[in-house]
Ligand binder design. Structure first.
Ligand code: UGY
Ligand code: MN
Length: 257
């Protein structure tokens, strides 16, 4: 009898590791010729949805639900996007787009394409702040800045650190052996995709080997630390909510009350 299959996927109280061998594909309303793999969602306690979309050439993305803002990152392939404020733009490898609620008019794959998408309910903009504007850019054009003074751990900030935006998307690049300078614990959540290389991630009291293609969820206050292991830099893309009072940006982790 064949042994049952195994997986590196793990679900903890305030974190998750989701790896490729456990992916299950589905469809979402409005998407054509596409399959999606939802890896982070409110069903596990998260305050946002993260998913991979696999699109055939010519496939169209469904519109975000009302009141939902969207971040799109091209992992592979390319898309043509149309959004209020930026018109029509082409996004290639590691191009990205942010669209506030109601701003994304079209997203069409120009070839076989894989996207990483984050959707979340937008929280109203504080009095005095500017409303968020759509953004389309290439990751290669975003400066890499040392994180807390460490030139071997560099951060790219994809969405402006401006009160109009209620979340950020960043890319961290760690040279082999570099690590986070502290075990962080914060009310903000993360959704994460490894783009390159790998290392060891501490999440709560568990330690995981992680590599390209793996996705993580870190819920509120999940203790977290990372060290890059291997002969190439480790790079990851991550979501982080912020810029809103925590009473207006509440994530409910099941069983945490
Ligand atoms: O921005 C952050 O909180 C980041 N340093 N966290 C992380 O990489 N796990
Ligand atoms: Mn963090």
């Amino acid at each position: 009898m064949p042994l049952p299959p195994t997986t590196r996927t793990r679900l903890g109280a305030r974190h998750a590791v989701i790896t490729a061998e456990s992916h299950v594909r589905t469809t979402l309303p409005g998407w054509t010729s596409s399959r999606v793999i939802v890896t982070v969602s409110p069903q596990m306690g998260a305050g946002f949805v993260q998913y991979v979309a696999e699109m055939e050439a010519g496939a169209r993305a469904g519109a975000p639900p009302p009141g939902v803002e969207r971040f799109v990152f091209v992992v592979d392939g390319g898309v043509t996007a149309e959004a209020r404020g930026i018109g029509r733009v082409d996004l290639g490898y590691e191009g990205y787009l942010y669209a506030p609620p109601g701003a994304l008019l079209a997203l069409v794959a120009t070839e076989a394409t894989q996207l990483l998408i984050v959707d979340r309910h937008a929280i109203s903009v504080p009095v005095g702040a500017n409303p968020p504007a759509a953004i389309a850019r290439s990751l290669a054009d975003v400066p890499k800045l040392p994180f807390l003074g460490d030139p071997d751990a560099r951060l790219q900030t994809l969405i402006p650190d401006d009160l109009g935006y209620d979340f950020g998307m960043n890319v961290f690049t760690f040279e082999p052996g570099a690590c986070l300078p502290l075990v962080e614990s914060h009310y903000m959540e993360h959704g994460l995709l490894f783009l390159q290389g790998g290392g060891i991630y501490r999440l709560e009291d568990d330690w995981y080997p992680v590599q390209e293609g793996d996705q993580l969820w870190m819920g509120p206050f999940c203790p977290q630390w990372f060290a890059a292991v291997g002969k190439e830099p480790a790079r990851y893309l991550y979501y982080k909510n912020g810029n809103r009072h925590p009473l207006r940006d509440v994530t409910t982790v099941p069983g945490a009350e």
